[in-house]
Design a protein around this ligand. Structure first.
Ligand code: E4P
Length: 220
């Protein structure tokens, strides 16, 4: 499994990159707004992220009509070679994805919740499909079960191009564990979740005990 960071925060991206674990970044309008982002700086901010990250960076389109999505997608893709255009799963999004894919522009199809949506996204030419986990849990449904169905279904077919599953809307280490066990290609996680993935109470306790014993060795 590869790890993407689900953020628009530069400091978080630089920190995760320094750990050597960062394979990509996903952003969305909510995450950009959370950073106090302004429309005029949006492209500059995405470009900065693309320069830091050695891997795909998903920038989301906010248009709803195919021609507008394609125009915006082309503008985003021109920012950097690692920019992937994030397009919502909807009929206009499928049409835009096909047009962008035909132009050699990679698309991450987002807001994907079902197996049919995922297959349609892959068929339209999306290089990445992002099934959401946490938002299913939010409505008391099993997001992990839905993700597993998507992983199994996409593995059943050859789409003629590489399609990677990005487990998105990840809220916990348990989500990541389950996604890895079912073979999801990528998990995109908030920085807070990434930090939790590294930590375990037994690791902390083991470290404390090593350090205490090392003090004894030094004083012996
Ligand atoms: C990533 O591509 C998605 O936009 C993101 O994971 C959504 O997460 P959320 O459901 O926590 O907003």
């Amino acid at each position: 499994m590869k790890f993407f960071l689900d953020t628009a925060n530069i400091a978080e991206i630089e920190e995760a990159a320094s750990w050597g674990v960062l394979a990509g970044v996903t952003t969305n309008p909510t995450l950009y707004a959370r950073e106090g982002g302004k429309l005029a700086d949006f492209h500059k901010h995405l470009k900065r992220i693309c320069d830091i990250v050695d891997g795909p960076v998903s920038g989301e389109t906010v248009c709803l009509k195919r021609d507008e999505i394609v125009r915006e997608g082309e503008e985003l893709a021109a920012l950097a070679p690692n920019l992937v255009v994030k397009v919502p799963t909807m009929p206009e999004g499928l049409a835009a994805t096909k047009a962008l894919a035909d132009k050699g522009i990679k698309v991450n199809m987002t807001l994907c919740f079902t197996v049919p949506q995922a297959i349609l996204a892959a068929r339209s030419g999306a290089a990445y499909v992002s099934p959401f986990v946490g938002r299913f849990d939010d409505i008391s449904e099993d997001g992990i079960d839905q993700l597993e169905q998507v992983v199994v279904a996409l593995n059943n077919y050859d789409f003629g191009h590489q399609v990677e599953v990005i487990a998105a809307s990840i809220r916990s280490a348990n989500h990541v564990t389950k996604a890895a066990l079912m073979g999801a290609d990528i998990a995109t996680v908030p920085f807070g979740v990434l930090e939790k993935l590294v930590k375990h109470p037994l690791t902390d306790r083991g470290l404390e005990s090593f350090l205490a014993d090392w003090e004894k060795v030094k004083n012996a």
